[in-house]
Design a protein around this ligand. Sequence first.
Ligand SMILES: [Fe+2]
Ligand SMILES: [Fe+2]
Length: 247
Amino acid sequence: MSTTLSFTRETTVGAIVAAQPGLARLFEHLGIDYCCKGKQTLVQACAQRGLDTATTLVLLQSAADALGDSPVEIDAAGMTLTQLADHIENTHHAYTKVELPRLVEMADRVAAKHGSYDPRLFEVSASTRNLAEEMFDHMEKEEVALFPLVRRIETETEGSCARSMIATPIRQMELEHDDAGRAINHLRELTDDFSTENPCCNTHRALLAGLAAFEADLHRHVHKENSILFPRVLELTSPSSTQACTP
Ligand SMILES: [Fe+2]
Ligand SMILES: [Fe+2]
């Protein structure tokens, strides 16, 4: 049975994945950035990738039909803000805290053993370590400051919904997401798209596979914050919100 698409060429790619999370896989396959650049419209994203928008819409229709009614991703858009903040912490942050130290350790080991054969491995090691340090710092800001504020805004009826309290930290988190996006893109370039065709050793192969998996998780992580959590918080705290706001 055909699924009716709920979007057009002018819908943002972030909103498309928010509405139909399973379509993230097609965007990843096409190289369309739906997280850090989630505010781009479909037609803008296609232009940037040199893709024909009409053809991409056909592909999206086929992918939506294949997905049917069975979601392959969690329905983040259907959660409360508190549930979504909890979900992000319990899944994406928990995964990142375990996975990035493992990748740093492997990248160090591979560079030490095979860096003389391929000097790019030293840069892979340094870039992975920098990404880990930035991500840990970023997640701490979200867990200690931003997400508690999000939970308060949702549960309190007064005194917590001043937009100025939250717009600035949200903007800062978005900028840091851009930094993380650039860092993982750089690692992708350094590793020829995480290619495992000619690994130096099994640790190198595991590192490349781990980086590719981390990139996929990072895209989903940033998408849920940039395109679902943050816009809903800003909407709730906007001057036109019906929720009672007292300074
Ligand atoms: Fe996060
Ligand atoms: Fe974040």
